[in-house]
Design a protein. Sequence first.
Lengths: 711, 322
Amino acid sequence: MFFIKCCLETERKPPYIKCQSYENLFVLPYVHGRLTFAQLATRAIEEGQFDVVAVDLPFFLQENKWLDFALWLFPFPSTLVIKTSMNESKSFNFVPNDAACAAVYKARQLQIENASIKYECIDDSNIINYPIESFQKLKLSVGDDYFAHVDGLDDFFIKIYKEMEQKWLSLTEEQKYFWNYRVTTVAKRLQQILKSGEKTLFVCDFRLWWLINKELVFHDVKDTGVFVIPWQDKKAALILQDPYFLWIKGVLDDYPAVVARFFGTVLKGESSNFNKLYVIEEIICEIIEEANSKKSNDLSIRNLQTFRHYLRKRLATHRRMTPSPTDDLYDAAFSCVGKSFARSILEKMLSYPSIDMEYVEFLTITHNNVSLSSSEFEIPDAFEQTFLNASDSLPAAYSYDEEKRREELAAQVMPFLKRKERMELKNYRGVTWALKKEYELHARVISMIHQVIEKKSRYYQSKKSWGSLKGGIDWKSTFRSQLQGENDIYIKKLRRHGLRSLRFNAFTPTVFIFDTKTEDYDCSAVGAVHDSNATLRNLELENDEHIIKNSPEPDCVNSVFYFVTDYQYACNNHILKGKISSILFLYGGEWMGTERYNRINLRPDKYQCREMPYDVPEIRNFLPFDMLVAFGAKYAERHIIVVADKSWQPSQQLSSFLKEKEVAMIRFPLTDLSTHLIERMKSLHIISTSLKKHSQRDIIVDRYVPDEFDS
Amino acid sequence: MSSNTEKNWKLENYEERVLQGTRVFFPPPSPIPNEPFVGRQKFINDALATWSTLDGSAPQHFRLYGPPGTGKNALIYELARILEKEIYVINGNDELDAEDIACTPTMKDNEIVYIASELAAAMLRGGICFFDEIAKAPEGSLALLAPALGMERTLKSKKAAITIPASSGFLFCAALNENEEAGKALPDYIDKRTRPAYHVGMPSLGELEIILKSHINGDADLWIQCFISLFRDSDLAPRDAIALINNARKHHEYEKTKEGNKRLSQKAVNSYLREAAKGFPGVTVASPSLPPVSKEKKEERRDMSNVLYKVLPGDGKKTSIH
């Protein structure tokens, strides 16, 4: 076993609770969207030989083909969006991991195989008119639902129902009214079914069952009366939903890939043998095998052992059996093995069948039916919808923070723009901007390279002195020699005399040469980043409030130059990702904007760059990467750092140019940087002015642009 | 006082033990600062899980990386407080060598004795060893860490000819800065033995506010409020934020002695904070909301747009990136 240490082969508990009040009633209380209960539902139907399966889906879904159609679409998830008012909509999700949907799906499957089994949707149609607060007030955090398998349903819900007692007391009379109305409606319909004496399985939200159970004990269900809001037919739409989005909202359980495999077993009629934890393990093992076949550097046996132990420790500490996708699995993979492994896990675990097409069917909902409609409406963004059968009472690990975290992680696999953001970013403008996070990344890498070279230049060997003092007395070794009775003086012998007095700053030009194949270079594809003064910056930003009359003349200086070999657009063309083959930093500090301009502008004129490499006649004919080195040397005081592979050698032309300019070239092996960092540095992102000015810029950019640092 | 007596006096707090026939002096634990620690609960939980033995396996070692001043050290001290364990701190530097990691020889009573490192003391006594700035230590000096952090859990000193086995309560963690983590500052064998690696980044604004409230003495609510609204866009580490506010308050105290006791307005606090911020690179003051634009200014802008392409280098098309 990879991470599950305890034995899972415990005695199988029944997948339902036998109702005390009715001989023919068996109940499966469930939490919406949790795979554990969906599996219990299919197992119950496979094993229980029921005549009727009653579910808490709204009554209007009962007598029509649309529920069947939504289930037929499985495993593709769909949503029924109901427009309840001008600005509000409520939705029902149809996913294989929801117990009610899974139960109906299984019953339909048996029907097709000629079994005499019926299914009934008995929830109140008016549920779409209930105020949403009445649900939210009864929001409970359940623990790891895998324990429902281990402990049985009765034991699993005992603690939760104690908390429910307290929550119920905190409800207002108005909120209680809606719950009571719902309970009475459902209880009446359930009684009606039970009267026939048929063996019935009732798959019901655990909170609703807690209330209905009390009602059924007395056998005499009160009359519902007329609902407080008169029924009005509603516009609705059945849409195909994006699985990534459903995962973010907690609708597609912890791991969509596991849900997909579960559905596979349902199709084969083998869902009784499905075990979520085994499948999670199976998928992790597949990822490890794939990584091994790619000979990933990250994945050593020691790293895997660390990952395994750490995951177990986390689960034991948090008293969970199912690893949380974010806090446990992703974080453990990231911190124990590395970013690329964590990302592989994420990609594999989030993979779920989806169709790259928009499917919308407009409908009308009446009190007891759903029919096709020609009246259309704007479908609200998935992030603005309220789900009536999801996002409620999810495991304790699921919270608002978890949703944010899932949003970040899902964006790594499939970046997205929300509807509002799409609308705000409609106007694409030509002027483009560099990214703060990339400025910071470059600044840190350059500073790190400076530190390493400086450290190496100070590195010395301790040698016994034969008269010379070289780099000074090594006191530590000298004292040691005295203590041991040697009575000698030890001196520091610097390994690299030429670098002894090296000191760099942010203005030391640094060139990164990632690719030395000249055929990949197009000399006209050299790009530059300039830094403007306040006047120019305001013009470029279209900050109209800026008083231009009294401002200095617009001006800018160049500080970064690069060769692009390939580029692609993302985020509706608001982000351009360039693949760069070499890059020169004349200024490697992390300051941005006018502050950066001011700093560069404080330097002597000869160090301020306002030209492009190909504008300098003496270097125009150099090889592209040599051109960047030469151009950097032109603006260097004493040194230029070249970070390149050992295979790169400066041409004769370049060497003469450096000699002429009296600039020393210091080489730093590219291989001394981690492969992740090199890959990250090879990408350069630039953004449109609309995105630069967007209030949520950083959040949007984070979805499309990888993190600064990979562990 | 002769140097020898001074050395003897210095060794007074050290515990003398004879290990495998060698006299070894073990240093006392480092004092744990009595500073409040707030927030960062996730890191605390993660670290405690790493050090736990709940699953029956030995505690794992970990490392923290992140920008300076974000509370890496404070986090370790908090863990020591929670676990009620002694902490032994080693500071990585260029001069550190392999003997410093194990035992260094010295003279006592005209005899060669050995002073054990903080790592050796933590291993022997079952304390926490915190290797701060581990990436600053020369690569060769870290070689002795490998068996100590590996399956062997032993520290061998060739010079002293002793082997110190780790007690079951021995815990280890290291810290390094973000740049070093991003590069390959740690040798592979240390990198793999100090995982999981946790990134300790800048706290959220809410978290920063709580940290500031717990660390700044006296009635500082107004200062903190102004600080948060003024520097919300700056990535300021808690340590710098505390120093900045304290500087600004000292400045105010000094002014008070000259100008007498005046009621402190929000504007004055902002001005003190702005002044103090000049000593902190990287601090950006959040911009206030922009006023509406007049027609006249729009015209001006259009006129100036024509100038734009004249000042752009090259042909004005290729350098459109800022």
